[in-house]
Design a binder for this molecule. Structure first.
Ligand code: HEC
Length: 140
């Protein structure tokens, strides 16, 4: 009886190890439907669109100045170089901290929290405009 149990255990373990080896088990967790992909794309693009609005409408600060006046189509924002040292802040920062610098200074506004939906949308818009540019973190 004990031997039969042991043999059953061996067979089960062999099956599990083989399935993992073939990638069958983890692959099952990674299958996405076309519906999933469509949803992610449309959610992402709707945030990019909100970001374009925040970037261009001049309502983020107090003086009516818009990001797009100095950075048309997100030019000179260089998201692909972050995190990097920024002399205005005196340390290595993520891009949202530099966005807040521009909100406080040229726009005379108040910092946005890192997880503020407008901050996420601004980054989505900037990165979407710069898609395909080679990553060069740390480059000035
Ligand atoms: C009056 C012009 C002006 C406006 C308006 C402005 N910026 Fe800037 N922005 C600058 C200047 C000047 C710098 C500093 C350039 C540097 O030292 O890298 C800068 C830097 C940046 C950087 C970092 C660029 C880099 O090369 O690392 C980002 C990102 C950025 N701005 C985003 C924004 C966003 C988002 C807004 C709107 C909330 C905005 N800026 C509004 C002038 C402006």
């Amino acid at each position: 009886m004990k031997r039969i149990k042991q043999q059953c255990f061996r067979v089960i373990m062999l099956v599990i190890v083989t399935l993992f080896g073939w990638g069958v088990v983890p692959a099952m967790a990674d299958e996405f439907t076309q519906e999933d992909l469509n949803r992610w794309e449309s959610e992402y693009m709707s945030v990019v669109k909100q970001g374009r609005k925040v970037f261009t409408d001049g309502k983020l600060g107090t003086n009516g100045v818009a990001c797009a006046q100095c950075h048309p189509n997100a030019s000179n924002t260089h998201p692909e170089t972050y995190p990097k040292f920024q002399k205005q802040l005196g340390k290595v920062v993520a891009i949202w901290e530099m966005i807040n610098w521009c909100i406080r200074n040229p726009l005379e506004g108040k910092n946005l929290a890192a997880d503020d939906p407008r901050m996420v949308a601004l980054q989505a818009y900037i990165l979407h405009e710069r898609r395909g540019v080679k990553l060069q973190p740390g480059k000035h």
